[in-house]
Design a protein around this ligand. Structure first.
Ligand code: SAM
Ligand code: SF4
Length: 439
């Protein structure tokens, strides 16, 4: 039996595509290898959001080349955004690559593997969603559901519109049927995925749909206990979406709302289409409707032209909002993006690093403070399995997307009450309340 190994870089969308790749390969009779050295088919699902991601990936690719030198029958495949952004140049610069495909092209891998010719091939035209391909889920109780592809925004730092193309939404009924099917297979939590997930449906024909309609439809499906989504855009964070978190029992008390910068001047140059006030107004609306909602974010430091005063505004928003967590990034110029041309205004790397350190300190301190509100409460935790740090304990997640390590008896997939005893910026610790088991 032939064996494959997939290495995934980047975002949840890539994790989802990799699950599809694995499911598809298993349906073709391949088995998953634990290590790259043991695989006949070495695959990479790549990211190109930052330069660091590119560099990290290329060193892995050279490792695969060394393995192929030992066994020339090995097939090397490269999928995802990096492949899309360099297209056929892959074969020129890395002639040992056999197949390359863009993010919407997972199904093309099957075509390549089952064709007679194994000469190098590239597939880069968007043709469809991977939804209908068999999947292989990393966690039995959780599934990703891609609801749209591409992005119509033009954020000046971002490579996504050029790698993933214009936004296309999947048909509403198809999504509802897919989630129903997942529920019948035992899935209890779904994460709806899109680059701009909350602009879903506006261009669907004949009947345009709203993202909140989809939340209502998915909430109504028996067996689905938790619904998450990522990433929404603050400009499209309408009241009906926020209310869905308050009104629908399965829609989680967590919103990931990417800020990017706290200065309206920088936001404008980023072409984010909202300013600091609009962002804070969205946060206020969330807190009004869903007071306990966790809010997390993405922030970029050192965007071209960012002054010390601009950066201080980002710190101010971090202090004011008190995010429950944040992904923080140092700005990285990307090919074919508008901001990459602001060369004269690039912020020196040491300044970026120094700002990053101050940002991380503020983010973590506020997240730790915010997390103390959970101490002493009993929260519903969806059990994922043994704790990563101590296998005698369990690990799970609250509706706020907080990881909880706890002592208890719950089985993976169960939702159990856990009394929270302590909290850090990253996770909670507690004990399962066993009273419910006695009753
Ligand atoms: N579509 C989502 C959004 O708008 O929030 C996610 C896009 S991206 C996959 C995730 C994050 O990477 C962005 O929110 C941004 O903070 C960061 N990012 C994107 N391009 C970047 C760049 N050129 N340099 C540094 N960080 C970047
Ligand atoms: Fe990139 Fe902006 Fe689209 Fe997000 S919304 S994928 S940051 S262009």
């Amino acid at each position: 039996m032939k064996r494959f190994h997939v290495t995934t870089f980047g975002c949840q969308m890539n994790e989802h595509d990799s699950e599809r790749m694995k499911g598809m390969l298993e349906s073709l009779g391949y088995a998953e290898a634990d290590a790259r050295e043991e695989a006949d088919l070495i695959l990479f699902n790549t990211c190109s959001i930052r330069e660091k991601a590119d560099e990290r990936f290329v060193s892995h690719l050279y490792e695969a080349r060394a393995l192929k030198r030992r066994d020339p029958e090995r097939v090397i495949g490269v999928g995802g955004c990096w492949a899309q952004s360099v297209k056929d140049q892959v074969f020129r610069d890395y002639p040992f690559v056999d197949v390359a495909f863009g993010p919407g092209q997972v199904h093309k891998l099957a075509e390549f593997l089952t064709s007679d010719s194994l000469t190098a091939q590239g597939f880069f035209e968007f043709e469809g969603f991977t939804g209908h391909l068999p999947g292989k889920r990393a966690r039995d109780v959780h599934a990703w559901v891609q609801i749209s592809a591409g992005c119509n925004m033009k954020c000046s730092y971002c490579i996504v519109p050029s790698t993933r193309g214009r936004e296309v939404s999947r048909p509403f009924e198809e999504l509802v049927a897919e989630v129903r099917q997942l529920a019948s297979e035992g899935v209890r939590e779904v994460t709806l995925l899109g680059q701009n997930v909350n602009s879903y449906g506006t261009r669907l024909r004949p009947q345009p749909r709203k993202f909140s309609e989809l939340l209502h439809a998915v909430d109504a499906i028996d067996g689905i206990e938790r619904v998450r989504y990522t990433s929404p855009h603050p400009a499209h964070m309408t009241e009906d979406v926020i209310r869905a978190h308050a009104e629908l029992p399965s829609v989680c008390q967590h919103i990931h709302l990417p800020l990017q910068a706290g200065s309206s001047r920088v936001l404008k140059r980023m072409r984010r289409t909202y300013g600091r006030d609009r962002f804070l107004d969205r946060v206020a609306l969330i807190r009004e409707h869903v007071p306990d909602c966790a809010i997390t974010t993405d922030i970029i430091v050192g965007f071209p032209g960012e002054t010390e005063a601009d950066f201080v505004e980002t710190l101010e928003v971090v202090e004011e909002v008190g995010f429950d967590g944040a992904f923080t990034f140092i700005y990285s110029p990307r090919r074919d993006t508008e901001a990459a041309e602001f060369v004269d205004e690039f912020v020196p790397h040491e300044v970026q690093v120094e700002r990053m350190e101050r940002l991380v300190e503020a983010v973590q301190r506020r997240a730790r403070e915010r997390a103390q509100r959970f101490v002493g409460r009993t929260l519903d935790v969806l059990v994922e399995g043994p704790s990563r740090y101590d296998p005698t304990r369990l690990r799970g997640r609250t509706t706020h997307n907080k990881v909880v390590n706890f002592d208890g008896l719950g089985a993976a997939g169960e939702i159990v009450p856990v009394e929270i005893l302590s909290a850090t910026s990253q996770s909670l610790s507690g004990t399962e309340s066993l009273l419910s088991r006695v009753a």
